[in-house]
Ligand binder design. Sequence first.
Ligand code: NAD
Length: 334
Amino acid sequence: MSHSVTLIPGDGIGPEVAAAARRAVDATGVSIQWEPVELNAEVISQTGQSLPQHVLDSLERTRVGLKGPVTTPIGGGFASVNVALRKKLDLFANVRPVHSLPGIASRFSDVKIDMVIFRENTEDLYSGLEHEVVKDVVTSLKVITRVASVRIAEYAFAFAKKVGRRKVVAIHKANIMKLADGLFLRCCREVAERNPEIEYKELIVDNASMQLVIRPETFDVLLLPNLYGDIVSDLAAGLVGGLGVVPGANMGEHHAVFEAVHGSAPDIAGKGIANPTAMMLSAVLMLIHLGELDAANRLQAAVEKVYAGREEVTPDVGGRASTNGFTDAVIGHL
Ligand code: NAD
């Protein structure tokens, strides 16, 4: 059976890692009809739309996307297209598995880290509702709703039950944001009560950050609102070797878009040294979603073999291989 997938290379290192992931997926033998669509600053300024219609049309057809990062201007310019896409398609769950790859050189190589982050993906301080009340006084609205909080909590608990994970920790700052984070927490507690077989705990986000660094092996499933989820994801990536190795999935009722945690990495774009692991492992999540479990397992195993052999890994994880060199090694193992 052939699958149609929208391929969004994005910009910065996006086109490099997207091409690598596409080659690796094709090498598994799974039949994919790729629909490449451009989504980057140039297209956005040409079309005058932060989310050009051709991207939405393609995702409407395929329902599945593999996406590279897209640069967002800082402190001005157009709004994040990444956030816009998640909202438009109601990709409410951002799922990010963080685990140690065999042989990877990281500060925590002697610790077994295996956690999954569930980040609410549609609201919170990402609402984009900002307002200059008077000159030099700005407010930014943090939106938390019952619907979105229950939905992400149910998704996290359902996942935990399905794959046999044992503990969910909700991460919050409800001691300060008593209403907003208080509501998020109440929703998590309600869902936890309906799932008594899963252990449920709560941590304040600052303490959680410290615990993640000193005892990362104790974390299993993490459940967070949007902003903490974003920050904690990068922290967690740092524990297992960096942003080059952590994949992600944006899941909705009708669409799924798979993308790495990392951004467009302008500091290394075009140098041929970007690590495509995160994008390839995002493709593994996509293959699972498509029901191609054998191909997913083989691609995961091939990536792990390259790390275990330490032959052909990229500079961000202590190696000397190029993006293409790493990709060739993965394909060799396939
Ligand atoms: P970044 O993730 O792009 O880079 C942070 C650091 O990690 C850089 O030093 C970079 O070189 C390194 N890095 C990231 N991915 C790597 C890879 N695959 N291989 C090797 N090294 C890698 O974060 P940033 O610099 O804060 O953001 C750059 C741009 O990306 C911003 O415009 C931001 O808005 C955007 N961004 C987009 C997404 C997305 O498209 N989903 C996500 C995050 C950031």
